[in-house]
Design a protein around this ligand. Structure first.
Ligand code: FES
Ligand SMILES: [Fe+2]
Length: 428
């Protein structure tokens, strides 16, 4: 393990390290992105404790519908039972540990382990054991159910799980950042999202933390995405050139949740959707019907959030993304278009836009993936040891809602991520 030293020129390899000492208010140590021992601590202190985004209600609309996901390295199964409740189980047979459900998604009346045929119902109870006579009279099926995650809760259809029985509630974890989820859902005339279009997966040859950092990093927009921003008319166009050209903001919402606010630079409704409000008249009429004209006008001007819900949910404007750590230098991100319930014609446009912006033949996301791998490769050079995160500290401020705010090219969101990371990693 690499240990920072006071003179900044040597590396040591102590058996134990307090990871929080590698995170300062304005700089972080490079080993945080490369050290496999630190990665293992992150699994224990972050992914196996905090609320992790697992999936969305709309992915499992009918009883028996399921999807399989991961929390850290642990496989989980999100399923809707006969009564309509959504549960998250560890995807592990109670017999000898095989993945009970190897499929990514589907519908099942029961789950049968492929190894020796133990069968579980939709509420995780063991209902069938082949050749049961070989077990003694004290064998009780009730003792061998699918293990549930310690806590499962949802907010407006977003299902989260925590593998720790203790800790803040989901409401406490989200805090005021629940308003970012509201902002997305409230674009639907029915107030609900539909994330059933399927997921595209991208492998990152980088540490997982580069994904949330980059998701709300405004500084890179005019460089990594310069060519696409210059050629495509979009709300990002103002992010090329002088920093004073645009009025975008960054916000620290607390608990590691961060945001780039684009709408402070918008001049007309639907700029988040390429402008041309007349194209969306039918949608606007439906939204007005549901919430009134003034509120509908406000929502379509402001548009969707561009925000990170710590640690692994990215509200990516008209897409939703989630990501998993694989090891210290490899991660995977999934994304799907953010369909709005009640407006299928609009969703067709959203699908095309998602393909163009985020898909493997697009620019935006592949550019981020490429720069992440270069970022990771560069960090194998051992000098300098520390990465600077001080940009904009001299001009950030706290707004009336208690959020730390700064210009879109500043590093307030990076600092917000690491501040919460340090708090979590300092826990015993
Ligand atoms: S491991 Fe599942 S039935 Fe044996
Ligand atoms: Fe980017």
């Amino acid at each position: 393990m690499q240990q920072a030293t006071t003179n900044g020129t040597q590396f040591e390899t102590p058996a134990e390290i307090n990871v929080e000492t590698l995170v300062h208010d304005d700089k972080i140590h490079a080993s945080l992105y490369t050290d496999p021992h630190i990665f293992e601590q992150e699994l224990e202190k972050i992914f196996y404790r905090v609320w992790v985004f697992v999936g969305h209600d709309s992915e499992v609309p009918e009883p028996g519908d399921y999807v399989t996901r991961q929390i850290g390295r642990q496989p989980v199964l999100m399923v809707r039972d006969k009564a309509g409740a959504v549960s998250v189980f560890l995807n592990r047979c109670a017999h000898r540990g095989t993945l009970v459900c190897p499929a990514e998604s589907g519908n099942a009346r029961a789950f049968t382990c492929p190894y020796h045929g133990w069968t579980y119902d939709l509420s995780g109870q063991l209902t069938g054991v082949p050749f049961p006579g070989a077990y003694g009279p004290d064998f009780n099926k009730g003792d061998h159910h699918l293990p549930r995650v310690a806590r499962c809760d949802s907010y407006r259809g977003f299902v989260f799980a925590s593998l720790s029985p203790e800790g803040p509630s989901l409401a406490e974890h989200l805090g005021i950042a629940s308003r970012l989820i509201d902002r997305a859902c409230d674009l639907s005339p029915e107030g609900e999202l539909d994330l059933s279009a399927g997921w595209v997966k991208h492998r990152y040859m980088s540490n997982w933390k580069m994904i949330p950092e980059n998701d709300t990093d405004g500084y890179h927009l005019g460089f990594v995405h310069r060519s696409v921003l210059k050629s495509a008319g979009s709300q990002y166009q103002l992010f090329i050139g002088e920093e004073s050209n645009n009025k975008g903001l960054l916000r620290d919402w607390g608990n590691g949740h961060t945001e780039i606010e684009f709408s402070t630079g918008y001049k007309q409704p639907f700029e988040w959707f390429g402008g041309a409000p007349d194209k969306y008249a039918a949608y606007l009429a439906q939204l007005e019907h549901s919430c009134g004209k003034a509120e509908a006008d406000r929502r379509v001007f402001e548009g969707p959030p561009h925000a990170l819900i710590f640690p692994n949910l990215f509200l990516a404007e008209m897409n939703i993304a989630l990501f998993y750590p694989l090891d210290a230098e490899e991660s995977i991100q999934w994304h799907t278009p953010m369909f709005l319930k009640g407006v299928p014609e609009l969703n067709t446009r959203l699908l095309r836009q998602s393909e163009a912006a985020m898909g493997p033949a697009s620019f935006l996301l592949p550019e981020d993936i490429t720069i992440a791998s270069r970022n990771q490769a560069g960090l194998h050079a051992r000098q300098p040891e520390w990465l600077d995160l001080s940009r904009g500290r001299n001009r950030e401020y706290v707004d009336e809602q208690g959020r730390i705010v700064a210009h879109f090219t500043d590093e307030v969101t990076n600092r917000a991520f690491w501040k919460h990371y340090r708090t979590l990693m300092a826990q015993v």
